[in-house]
Design a protein around this ligand. Structure first.
Ligand SMILES: Cc1cc2nc3c(=O)[nH]c(=O)nc-3n(C[C@H](O)[C@H](O)[C@H](O)COP(=O)(O)OP(=O)(O)OC[C@H]3O[C@@H](n4cnc5c(N)ncnc54)[C@H](O)[C@@H]3O)c2cc1C
Ligand code: SF4
Length: 335
């Protein structure tokens, strides 16, 4: 179980000043190294003594990883750019407002000032049992404490559960999927660029991680192509309190409407499963249809097909149905 202490345990703190330096250190130390970005997730694990790395590679001195650049086809956001930096960037606000909106509702202003976009998409699950150090599947054990008749599972998954029913807690992840972003990863074999939706994995692939990063890997940047710049965006997050709270569910969509019909759309939800879910069946079904309430209604129903509630989270099914409905048809006629 977790022993909450105010002080850090001892570890070797390495502070590279370049991407190449950081990559070299991570390769050298492999499984013994922990990547430190803003520290908001990392510090909990370290102080609770639940993760005990020998070495911490602090990225705060790597200027190359910070900032937002315009490219020939969109923008590139350095992994160490703060969430506040993302929210306030003029090009993101003007062309990719979906991401600015999603980042603006992450936690609190202080957390957004310190937390980074790379850390936000790489953060770990927030399941109570796992964070408290219970020896569950995700922690290497052989039981799930949340998926029992009396387990605390109000925040947990309704889709794609596989032994573990924890969810991905990131608000920016579904917005990045809707914007068709690409994640740039430095690996032992060189640079790898993956679609946003492929960065995240469920327990069917690996129950101990929420993303594809292997020991030694470094997320360096996130690229957003111009294809969806200025599209009709919708982001909505539902949480218990309007400050400092993770999503119970969120939805992000980018839609191009032509002549009243849906010409192109990308839509994703998060906190419904261990990875953010791109709703490709919904995208396919609504393409070419009028962007109206009847289409939205159908999309909402389709989105929750196959959803299975746990003891205390059945509310997530109508919630997800309505979020998808609103993402496509607007809020005015939602029930
Ligand atoms: C009280 C509280 C409330 C919060 N509420 C929300 C919320 O409502 N919505 C939401 O989306 N988030 C929320 N968060 C998460 C927060 O926004 C941070 O974004 C997140 O915890 C991690 O960002 P960080 O920069 O602090 O990264 P860190 O905590 O340092 O890192 C997080 C993880 O990512 C890995 N990592 C970080 N950067 C890289 C990289 N470049 N390459 C490889 N691995 C990397 C680290 O090794 C670590 O495993 C909350 C956090 C707290 C503490
Ligand atoms: S939901 Fe996942 S993280 Fe939570 S107790 Fe079950 S196995 Fe562990």
């Amino acid at each position: 179980m977790a022993t909450i202490r105010d002080i850090m345990p001892a570890f070797d703190l390495l502070q590279p000043t370049s991407i190449a330096g950081a990559r070299k250190l991570l390769e050298q130390h492999g499984r013994d190294a922990w990547v430190l970005a803003g520290g908001l997730d990392s510090f909990d694990w370290l102080k609770d003594r639940l993760k005990k790395p020998k070495t911490v590679v602090d990225l705060s001195g790597v200027e190359e990883l910070k900032g937002i650049r315009t490219t020939s086809d969109g923008i590139e956001i350095g992994a160490m750019t703060t969430l506040t930096g993302v929210v306030q960037h003029p090009v993101i606000k003007e062309k990719y407002g979906l991401l600015a909106e999603a980042a603006s509702v992450v936690a609190s202003p202080q957390i957004r000032n310190q937390g980074t976009i790379g850390g936000n998409v790489s953060q770990d699950a927030r399941c109570w049992y796992y964070r408290a150090g219970w020896p569950c599947y995700r922690a290497g054990g052989n039981i799930c404490y949340a998926d029992t008749p009396v387990g605390r599972n109000r925040e947990h998954a309704i889709l794609h559960a596989n032994r573990c029913v924890a969810v991905s807690p990131s608000d920016t992840a579904p917005a990045l999927i809707a914007l068709d972003a690409r994640f740039v990863i430095g690996t032992r074999k060189g640079e790898r660029v993956v679609d946003a939706e492929d960065y995240f994995i469920g327990p069917d692939i690996d129950i101990t991680r929420l993303n594809i990063l292997q020991p030694g890997d470094l997320l360096t940047a996130i690229r957003i192509p111009s294809a969806w710049a200025g599209a009709r965006f919708y982001f909505e997050k539902v949480r218990d309190r309007n400050v400092w709270d993770f999503p119970l569910l969120n939805v992000a969509s980018a839609m191009v409407v032509n002549g009243g019909k849906v010409e192109r759309i990308r839509i994703a939800v998060n906190a419904a499963a261990a990875r953010p879910l791109r709703l490709t069946a919904v995208e396919k079904a609504v393409r070419g249809l009028p962007a109206n309430q009847a289409t939205a209604e159908m999309a909402g129903r389709l989105a929750v097909q196959g959803a299975v509630p746990l003891q205390f989270n059945a509310y997530k099914i109508p919630l997800m149905r309505n979020l998808v409905k609103r993402a496509i048809g607007g809020v005015q006629e939602a029930t």
